[in-house]
Design a binder for this molecule. Sequence first.
Ligand SMILES: Nc1ncnc2c1ncn2[C@@H]1O[C@H](COP(=O)(O)OP(=O)(O)OP(=O)(O)O)[C@@H](O)[C@H]1O
Length: 262
Amino acid sequence: MKTPRLLDIHNATVYRDNKKVFDGFSLSVEQGQSTAIIGPNGAGKSTLLKLLTRELYPVVNDESHVRILGQDRPILWELREKIGLVSADLQQGFVPDVSGLGVVVSGLHNSIGLFHYQDVTDEQLTRGRAVLEELGISDLAGRPYKQMSTGQQRRCLLGRALIHNPDHLILDEPTSGLDLNATYHYLNGIRELLQRGKTILLATHHIHEIPPEIERVVFIANGSVVADGYKADLLTDNHLSSLFDMPLTVSISNGFYQVLPA
Ligand SMILES: Nc1ncnc2c1ncn2[C@@H]1O[C@H](COP(=O)(O)OP(=O)(O)OP(=O)(O)O)[C@@H](O)[C@H]1O
């Protein structure tokens, strides 16, 4: 049997409040095909990722579908186990008093904090500690979320996304707000995950945070896919200048791309 696609969107119309953000949007991503979704502010990147996490739904229509791992109506609980998420929305909405260990373990409860009515087992705590150790952040286990830096919170949230050991990860602008050291530390962690075979869907307008291991890029502008192909073919002066509507020049160093005004 053919492996179902991670994502298969065909002809989708999506509204956010009264605004039609996608009109006939189509995109598919195979499992194992890590992809960077690039576009300027307001292009529709987060909207796309929210379709995948089922935080947004398309308008129901016979001629369109949004299939995730082969399912039109995936069971949310199962989806959360198979696809980990780190996004700014999640980071901002997290319960401030929870500890680093609590952040990670909350992934098992699919909650944005840990609450007294939740039954947290010793086994879950042991799993949470193992994830913290794997990410090299065991020192954050007891620290309240609200007392962590942006980068520390982000790494705990990565731990939360990894607690189910999902095959797929969605990262929405993963290094925004991180300093240089934290950016490259975080990117190294992401590169390791890619090298271990995880599929990563990364939405960003920061070209420098695309790990060398990601080869496919999709450009989105005004709610449509405007280009889709290999990174080496699309991350060029001309293509990026056109996407961001200003003259840009690209340089490459150790597999990472950097962009500056031309
Ligand atoms: N709650 C909302 N109500 C109405 N319009 C919205 C809402 N959220 C987003 N939009 C609009 O949808 C469009 C796509 O937004 P989206 O957040 O998906 O873009 P993005 O590419 O992720 O942008 P950014 O890089 O700024 O995060 C934008 O025009 C935005 O103004």
